[in-house]
Design a binder for this molecule. Structure first.
Ligand code: HEC
Ligand code: HEC
Length: 164
C-alpha cells in the first residue's frame, strides 16, 4: 500500500514538473541573439578589418573606459593567431628601452610597464633575481589578443548605449 501511494505521488510530481516546464517553453527562434532557430547553422556575413596596415595612417581608438585595453587600430592580417612559436606583435611592440615614451605618429607604441615581469601585474620567473627579470615580458601578457582586439566593420548584434 505504501509503495502504491509513493508511485502515485511520484507520478503526480513528475506531471506537475513537466506541466510547469511546458508553460515556460521559449520558442527556439527566440533563444539566440540572431533570432534564427537554434538548430540552424547560419553563415555569418563576411566582415573586413577596419584598419590599414600598421603605421599606414591609422587613428588610435578612444578606449571605452579607464584601464580598458586599447583596441588594435591597424589591420592584423597575417599577424594572428599568436602562438607559442610565433608572436608577430612582439617584433614591433616589444621595446623595453622605450617604455612610457611618446613615439611619433605611425610608430609602434611600446608595450607599457604593466606588461613586464616587474610591472603592476607581472610576476618574476621563479627564482629569478631582480636584474634577470627586468625588461622581460610577463607570461600573462604573452597572448596579446586575449585583451587587445582588432575592429571589423561588423554591425552590432544588439543596440548598445554604453558610455563613459
Ligand atoms: C609592423 C609593426 C606592427 C606589428 C607587427 C603590430 N603592430 Fe600594433 N601598432 C603598430 C603601429 C605602428 C601602431 C600605431 C598605429 C598605426 O600607426 O598603425 C600600433 C598600434 C597598436 C595598438 C594601439 C595602442 C594604443 O595606445 O592605442 C595596439 C593595442 C596594438 N598595436 C596591438 C598589436 C597587437 C596585439 C599585435 C599583434 C597581433 C600588433 N599590434 C602587431 C605596429 C605594429
Ligand atoms: C591581460 C590583458 C592584456 C594582455 C594579455 C596584453 N595587454 Fe596590452 N594592455 C592591457 C591593458 C589593460 C592596457 C591599458 C592599461 C595599461 O597600460 O596597463 C594595455 C595597454 C597596451 C598598450 C598601450 C600602451 C600605451 O602607452 O598607450 C600597448 C601598445 C599594448 N598594451 C600592447 C600589448 C601587446 C603587444 C601585448 C602582447 C605581447 C599585450 N599588450 C598583452 C591589457 C593587456
Amino acid at each position: 500500500m505504501k509503495k502504491r501511494i509513493l508511485t502515485v505521488g511520484l507520478a503526480l510530481l513528475c506531471s506537475t514538473a513537466i506541466g510547469a516546464q511546458a508553460a515556460k517553453a521559449i520558442d527556439p527562434s527566440q533563444l539566440g541573439l540572431s533570432k534564427t532557430d537554434v538548430t540552424d547553422v547560419p553563415t555569418p556575413p563576411a566582415v573586413q578589418h577596419a584598419g590599414k596596415p600598421p603605421g599606414a595612417g591609422n587613428t588610435l581608438w578612444d578606449p571605452g573606459y579607464n584601464t580598458a585595453p586599447p583596441l588594435i587600430p591597424h589591420d592584423v592580417t597575417g599577424l594572428m593567431p599568436v602562438t607559442i612559436k610565433n608572436n608577430a606583435c612582439l617584433g614591433c611592440h616589444l621595446q623595453p628601452d622605450k617604455v612610457g615614451q611618446k613615439v611619433k605618429k605611425g610608430e609602434p607604441i611600446p608595450i607599457p610597464a604593466s606588461h613586464y615581469q616587474t610591472g603592476a601585474y607581472g610576476k618574476p620567473e621563479a627564482g629569478a633575481k631582480p636584474a634577470e627579470h627586468k625588461g622581460k615580458l610577463s607570461g600573462s601578457r604573452f597572448v596579446c589578443t586575449q585583451c587587445h582586439r582588432p575592429q571589423t566593420n561588423a554591425k552590432p548584434l544588439v543596440q548598445n548605449t554604453f558610455g563613459k
